[in-house]
Design a protein around this ligand. Structure first.
Ligand code: BV8
Length: 259
């Protein structure tokens, strides 16, 4: 990273960090670019992550989310999550916005995470929208996954659905307003582990770039928005981010504390 870019990050008062599935890849959580396996191998994730797929075959879709919840609960935060949690102590203001539905940022110590696409750990009743608490034990599904009938909410008999934003559904208003407001005030935006394909989340990147904020992409691969970034750091976030935190703020990222 050029000296000037390092200096601009070090002098930043407000940094927005936007993360995607790639930040959890080194925790063993598959990304959307990874081919589906087992029961879902003939599907594309974008076909399963829709209200019509859930209406059409609730057990297939609920089973997919239970399988992903099992992976997430068995996973541990990786050095990328730890580095992001450490940045909070180096910069006056950090807004962490994630497209991910796991809780690995929180388990690595990050707070007030803005979940643009909801959370896998907060399902709710479709009919009365009451929050449903998953049973405490981790689902124990076969490796290839299984169909699982979604539970029903006792009080009204409504079907429980995953607490996430599907394709074709609007983003939660509060989170989306907070995300745009943070981008409109930031000095720098770090985009970590996202293919920048999903809208409107990806539009935050160009929104920051248009304002002249320093924009940094951390990804082993190219993305749809490569040219929007002032800096591109090519490599896995679990390696690049701890290096960045050390280089810019002279902080060594401790091994991950998150359980
Ligand atoms: C909306 C929850 C308004 C679910 C997700 C037709 C009708 C309606 C809307 C649309 C339409 N056509 C297009 C749209 C817009 C649509 C969209 O963007 N579609 C895409 C497919 C083009 N968006 C929407 O529908 C949004 N809502 O527009 O509302 C509206 C409302 C009604 C009607 C009309 C409009 C809602 C989008 C939210 C969808 N839900 N998640 C679930 O998780 O199951 S999106 C889901 O996919 C993820 O949350 C994430 O956001 C996205 C995957 O993207 P990434 O996170 O970037 O992950 P990906 O796998 O793609 O990339 C991983 C990256 O990591 C790669 O670049 C890889 O190189 C990198 N990587 C790998 N290893 C590492 C790494 N990086 C760093 N380190 C590593 N080690």
């Amino acid at each position: 990273m050029k000296l000037n870019d390092r200096r601009q990050l070090r002098n930043a008062h407000h940094i927005v960090i936007l993360t995607g599935a790639g930040v959890s890849a080194e925790s063993g959580v598959p990304t959307f670019r990874d081919k589906e396996t087992g029961l879902w191998e003939k599907y594309d994730a974008t076909q399963l992550a829709t209200p019509w797929a859930f209406r059409e075959d609730p057990a297939l879709v609920w089973g997919w989310y239970e399988w992903r919840r099992m992976l997430i609960l068995r996973a541990k935060p990786n050095p990328a999550h730890a580095a992001i949690a450490a940045i909070v102590d180096c910069v006056p203001e950090v807004t962490l916005i994630t497209q991910n539905i796991d809780d690995l940022h929180e388990r690595a110590g990050s707070h007030a995470v803005v979940h643009l696409h909801g959370s896998l750990l907060h399902p709710y009743c479709e009919r009365c929208r009451s929050p449903y608490a998953h049973p405490s034990e981790i689902p124990d599904l076969p490796a290839g996954g299984a169909r699982v009938d979604p539970p029903h909410w006792e009080a009204c008999g409504g079907r429980v659905r995953p607490g996430i934003v599907w394709f074709g559904e609007s983003l939660p208003e509060l989170e989306w307003v907070a995300a745009r407001e943070a981008v409109d005030r930031c000095d720098a935006l770090l985009s970590v582990g996202t293919s920048s394909q999903v809208q409107p989340a990806a539009s935050l990147i160009e929104r920051a770039a248009r304002r002249g904020a320093v924009t940094v992409q951390i990804n082993p691969n190219s993305t749809e928005l490569d040219t929007a970034f002032s800096v591109r750091l090519q490599g896995p976030a679990g390696t690049i981010l701890p290096q960045l935190v050390k280089e810019v703020w002279s902080v060594r990222v401790e091994s991950v504390s998150g359980s």
